[in-house]
Structure formats: C-alpha cells, structure tokens
Design a protein around this ligand. Structure first.
Ligand code: BG6
Ligand code: MG
Length: 221
C-alpha cells in the first residue's frame, strides 16, 4: 500500500488546550460578563467557544441575550471580558503547562524539527510569557496576526511561512474541531488531543502529548 503522507519538518501547536489549559479562565471571564448582563451562560455553551475568536465567542454568548446590542456595546463587552480574563491568566505559571509538552518539544528540537505556535488568541504573548515558553518556539502566529479566525487556515499558514516550511510538511496539534478543520484546510496533517482526541477528521489522535512519542509521528510515513 502506498502511503503518501509527507515528511514532517515543522509542528505547529495551538496554545489554549494544547500547551496550557486556559479553559477555566475563559469560562470565568465570560461567566462574569454574562452574569452582569443577565445572560444565561454555562459550561456547555463555553465548549462552543473553543478555538473561536473573541468577537465570534461573544456572538455565541449573545445568542441567549434578551436584547440587541450595538457594535460599540459589543466592543465594550469583549474588552470587559478580556480584562477579567487577563486578571485570571496573570496567575498562570510554568506548572500549568500540560502533561508531556516539555518532553515533546524537546524531542522535536532534538530532531531538528521546527516548532511554532498557531493560536486564535490575542493574549498568546502574555500566556507564553507567564508559562516561561516565550523564547521556546521558532515562530509564533496568533490572533494579532490574522484577519480570519479558525476554521480559516490563515493562522497556520502564517506560522508555516514564518518557520519557512511548506504547509504539506507541517503537522498541527489541536484540541478544537475548528482548529482541526483549519489545519486540514491549510493542507497540513493534524494530531487531535484533549477535546479533539476523538475527532474522526484528525490524522492522529491522543489523550494528551504525554501519550505521543515524537518518533511515532515522524516515522508514520
Ligand atoms: C482560543 C480559545 O485559543 O482563543 C478561544 O480557544 C478564545 O476560546 C480565542 O476565544 C481568543 O482568545 P483571546 O485571548 O484573543 O480572547
Ligand atoms: Mg485550543
């Protein structure tokens, strides 16, 4: 049987839910805003915000609002949620890095594979600094660099360009369906972890990075 999977020369990591879990901080930030506005919000709705940009997340939160909001009111609400969120992520430390991440990154670096971040979050630089990984990656692309959020492939294509590796030689690690879709649309392979560990569309699946050996991914051709 001919296996036409391409050689992996770069791995692009989503940040939230792959490198570090910020779920609870996002939930608390949106919950505080929703409570203040009298909007029903719960953890089930919060799941739909995974991988989705801040403004698109707000639109999902507002599906249960009892009134219409003007654009400048929406901007104010997104900013308010982000202030709550930033207060919470200030408390992140290197201890919040998810299981297996340091070993996986070291394994890739040891084999000369480029590593990058491809995240929808505009807070990526702050989060990477808080967990001590701000100088670890060869390149980062995040919500500040793009005009179209996942499931659009833009953020992964920017990350690939910044590490100088063609999309077909990149593997994305994602925890969100929107991110899996974005990676596939970019022409990349994708490893689904965490909430995407059962995704049928992912090229590979694992509970977390502690369950993946670098060699297995690189030698899978
Ligand atoms: C993604 C998260 O990484 O970033 C989403 O999974 C979040 O839940 C998005 O909405 C945007 O984040 P930020 O930090 O720019 O508000
Ligand atoms: Mg994610």
């Amino acid at each position: 049987m001919i296996d036409n999977r391409n050689e992996i020369r770069a791995v692009i990591f989503d940040l939230d839910g792959v490198i570090v879990s910020t779920d609870e901080c996002h939930y608390q930030g949106w919950k505080q805003l929703a409570d203040e506005e009298g909007i029903d919000f719960n953890r089930e709705i919060n799941e739909r915000l995974r991988g989705v940009s801040r403004m698109e997340s707000l639109e999902i939160v507002l599906e249960r609002a009892q009134k219409q909001y003007l654009e400048d009111q929406k901007m104010e609400m997104a900013t308010r949620k982000n202030e709550y969120y930033k207060g919470l992520i200030q408390k992140l430390t290197p201890k919040d890095i998810l299981p297996g991440v340091p070993e996986f990154l070291a394994g890739l670096k040891g084999r000369g594979i480029k590593i990058a971040i491809g995240s929808s979050s505009k807070n990526s630089p702050l989060i990477l600094e808080r967990i001590g990984l701000d100088k670890t990656f060869d390149a980062t692309a995040d919500g500040n660099d793009i005009s179209r959020s996942k499931p659009d492939p833009e953020v992964f294509l920017v990350a690939a360009m910044r590490v100088g590796i063609p999309p077909e030689n990149c593997l994305v690690v994602e925890d969100a369906e929107a991110g899996i879709e974005a990676a596939l649309a970019a022409g990349m392979q994708v490893l689904g972890v965490g909430f995407a560990s059962k995704s049928e569309r992912a090229t590979y699946r694992a509970a977390d990075l502690a369950a993946v050996r670098v060699g297995d991914i690189l030698n899978a051709r």
